[in-house]
Write a protein that binds this ligand. Structure first.
Ligand SMILES: C[S@@+](CC[C@H](N)C(=O)[O-])C[C@H]1O[C@@H](n2cnc3c(N)ncnc32)[C@H](O)[C@@H]1O
Length: 461
């Protein structure tokens, strides 16, 4: 059983009455005005803002006490005085005249109550606790609000403008039209609208409708940055695209909890890379992305951290771009950002480092191709990815190029995950500090005096 029937009430240009002239009445008037109602106010004293609102809405302000015969001219009456007996009188007059009534903060006297709303006009979402727990309704509204894209109203308008076009193109075939729109909501067209790129979205829509008409739909690829490990560091956009996937390609750096957040029915393909032991070559991965998209699949390629930072994201999209396969790249929190924040190390700091440099410490044979003389510059933080095996080599090279042996260094193990661990030392001591310990990959190295701040800047995560 429903306590109330949820409806959307069109009050545009219709006469509505507010009895009461204070701030509560004003709040209701603001809402009625947004819905373009014609607002009359009856009260002995009227707030100036309320007066102005009523007049601009085309209504009038009547300075006197309420009389029962007042309600007949209206489709909706709101009692918003702070005198209970007057509110009761308004409710009973409205009931006798069969006019809908709302009495502020008194659900037992109401025909209609106001829900908590999320306004992304023309899209409206409302949450009601049937007047029993408004605080709960408002809290749920906030939760929904934080997950609904700000531009969702643009999307509703975009669809409205094209419904007729799609219906004609698809010969009024109802189920085909419905499926078409469901598919549109899962394509880059939607992303373009949400990003406010309307011209791009319009052209993508036309291409898509043409392809759909002739059953030539190709898939898309989303290169999604999954962050360094903590699932809470995923972006809303990453999550949204992960929920659309037909197929997910992921590797070793993506935490299982994150892979589990992809659409339940999606096929999952491990393309993992372990150091010196690639289960699929980079070229195979690039080709697999192309093949799956050409089969019409929506493919999520989950990458640890950010796809464009030591992620070979560029190589993966080259082949897609050549074949005109639609793709999107979703930035992720890179290991440097995640590890630094979760270790209390600001990568730049006015008193310590004015720049930060990201390099790869991948050993090629016994050597490492790095601009050592630039890495020893002062007031700079150096972040080294993939440097664990070459840690000793890196420390020796930096010292040999003039960096003091007592320069602070952090080796961060499994950053941002539940196993997060930071080993802190200096260029001279760090290898000794970790000797005998099993340091688990992945690890990141941060070098510079900012590392010394780690104790004072560590928050809780
Ligand atoms: C191939 S790179 C990928 C980097 C990734 N695209 C990014 O933006 O973080 C892999 C290296 O990133 C670093 N890394 C990634 N996740 C990490 C984590 N949770 N903790 C420490 N280092 C990490 C390690 O140095 C690892 O060897």
């Amino acid at each position: 059983m429903l306590d109330y029937l949820p409806l959307c009430f069109n009050v545009a240009n219709k006469p509505c009455l507010i009895v009461g002239g204070g701030t509560i009445a004003l709040r209701k008037a603001i809402l009625l005005n947004k819905a373009q109602a014609k607002i009359d106010v009856i009260a002995t004293v009227v707030n100036p803002e309320l007066r102005a609102l009523a007049l601009t809405s085309g209504g009038e302000v009547i300075i006197r006490a309420f009389a029962e015969s007042d309600v007949y001219r209206y489709c909706f009456v709101i009692a918003a005085t702070n005198i209970t007996s007057v509110n009761q009188q308004v409710a009973s007059a409205a009931n006798s005249a069969n006019v809908l009534v709302n009495v502020v903060d008194t659900p037992s006297l109401c025909d209609v109550i106001f829900p908590a709303i999320i306004d992304r006009s023309p899209l409206l979402m409302s949450v009601s606790s049937s007047g029993n727990a408004p605080v709960l309704a408002r809290s749920i509204r906030s939760q929904i609000e934080s997950t609904v894209p700000a531009n969702i109203g643009l999307l509703a308008d975009f669809i409205a403008d094209r419904r007729q076009q799609a219906r004609l193109a698809l010969n009024d075939d109802e189920s085909r039209v419905r499926l078409f729109w469901e598919t549109v909501l899962e394509t880059e067209i939607t992303e373009s609208v949400l990003a406010g790129k309307m011209a791009e979205a319009a052209s993508q829509f036309n291409d898509f409708l043409n392809a759909y008409q002739s059953d030539r739909v190709i898939g898309e690829v989303y290169l999604v940055g999954a962050g360094p490990g903590d699932p809470d560091l995923l972006t809303f956009k990453a999550l949204r695209l992960m929920q659309r996937a037909d197929v997910v390609l992921y590797d070793r750096l993506v935490a299982p909890e994150i892979v589990d957040m992809t659409r339940r029915d999606a096929e999952r393909i491990y393309v993992g890379k372990v150091r010196c032991k690639h289960s699929l070559s980079q070229q195979d991965i690039n080709q697999l992305l192309i093949d799956l998209a050409l089969m019409g699949k929506k493919v999520v390629r989950l990458k640890g951290g950010d796809p464009f930072i030591f992620g070979r994201g560029g190589e993966e999209i080259e082949g897609l771009a050549e074949r005109h396969i639609p793709f999107q790249v979703v930035p992720g929190i890179s290991a440097a950002n995640g590890c630094a924040c979760y270790s209390g190390i600001p990568l730049t700091h006015r008193d310590h480092a004015q720049s930060v440099r990201f390099v790869t410490g991948h050993l090629k044979g016994d050597s490492m191709d790095l601009p050592w003389s630039e890495l020893v510059a002062q007031s700079q933080t150096v972040v080294i990815y993939m440097g664990l095996t070459g840690l000793d080599f890196i420390c020796q090279k930096l010292i040999a190029h003039g960096k003091p042996g007592n320069t602070a260094i952090a080796l961060i193990e499994r950053g941002t995950t539940v196993d997060h661990k930071a080993h802190i030392g200096t260029l001279s001591t760090i290898t000794g500090i970790i000797e005998g310990q099993t340091v688990k990959a992945p690890t990141l190295i941060i070098i510079g005096s900012v590392v010394n701040l780690h104790n004072s800047m560590l928050g809780s995560h």
